[in-house]
Design a protein around this ligand. Sequence first.
Ligand SMILES: *Cc1c(COP(=O)(O)O)cnc(C)c1O
Length: 412
Amino acid sequence: MNNKGFTTRLIHADRLINQPESGAVHQATNNSVLFEFKRAQELVDVFQGKQTGHVYSRSSSSSTVALQNILNNLEGGAGAVTFATGMAAITATMLSLFKAGDHLILSRFLFGNTRSLTETMESLGISLSFVDVTDLTKVEKVLQVNTKAVFLETIANPVTQVADLTAIGRWCSANQLLFIIDTTMTPPNLFDAKSVLASLTISSLTKYIAGHGNVLGGAVVDCGTFDWSKFDNILDIYRGAAVAQWGLTQIRKRGLRDMGGTLAPDSAHAISVGLETLVLRTQRICDNALRLARYLQSHPKIAKVYYPGLADHPQHARAKELFKGFGGILSLDLADGIDPIAFLDQLKLVICATHLGDTRTLALPVASTIYFESSAEQRKQMGVNDNMIRMSIGIEDFEDLVSDFDQAFSHF
Ligand SMILES: *Cc1c(COP(=O)(O)O)cnc(C)c1O
């Protein structure tokens, strides 16, 4: 199976990995919350981890395990855990692995809600340093004796900075730090997280993985590169299994069983169906985005285009080396005097909405929406200008996207 191409693996994954009953090509959606045990001792054994099985669907069910198996296979990891949303996956990971007194190094360019979650983490006594992760030297400078991890995103949103993943991965490995990457922008067909020595990947399945704007989900995959025996936050009770499973065991027990952000079985099914066309969708998205970026770059009513596929993007060479495609996020600064709100109102095909990774092209004004709680100074630090528009490029026919922009610009 693993010697096959990515799309072949995707569409045959359920059949071959999960082997559903009666020749079904999809894992059956199982909505049972409870599971009967004919012998009480079996229930005890499953509870105590001596035997595999499901006891209560907040912790696991055949539906979520089937999706976890597929996601883990795509990443070539040691295991995966799914969650109700991407934010549930991030929160569960942060709060189950770290504690008061720990220090973490975080990207300064984080998804807005991850950034607001960090306030909760700080209030619980976890200290954080926010740095420019495009440059390893900035990361090295904030290392402390109590530093436990580096957390960043592959391509940041909305300004599309590309982290120095290779150098930071090597540095984390040399310093025995967990290297946690939010790979939402670059699903596993575009980016091999193991190649940069990621310890854990976290992703919002809601975006490119599911892809159709009809289901929420999140996942954590352990890439199998980190030696958990060197990580002193694992509780003794979670050190029972093989060392490679310690981290995920703690995330599953504290982050899923205790915190309860469980993925619904129907959602697991919807995500696995969306996943089948991941390669087709992302190829078309990356292709549309690059062509549109080039078109918009030369447009007189646009001051600046942010897209890692453009030769003048500050991390273009790095992005080319790391990713099999430059992603679907394309941001732009409108020329002075064009109001982003008025401009968005003229787009007819492109949808004004806050989401990304969809089949449809979406756009939103950045400063007044996702960063409206940030001060002007904070926005400046993140590189967010007042007349910036973020777009998530979809799979429409390219000519239709260009026509929509042309007719919108004709009003200004
Ligand atoms: C959307 C997103 C999340 C959160 O995912 P949800 O499924 O919406 O909770 C986290 N990280 C990144 C980079 C995202 O784009």
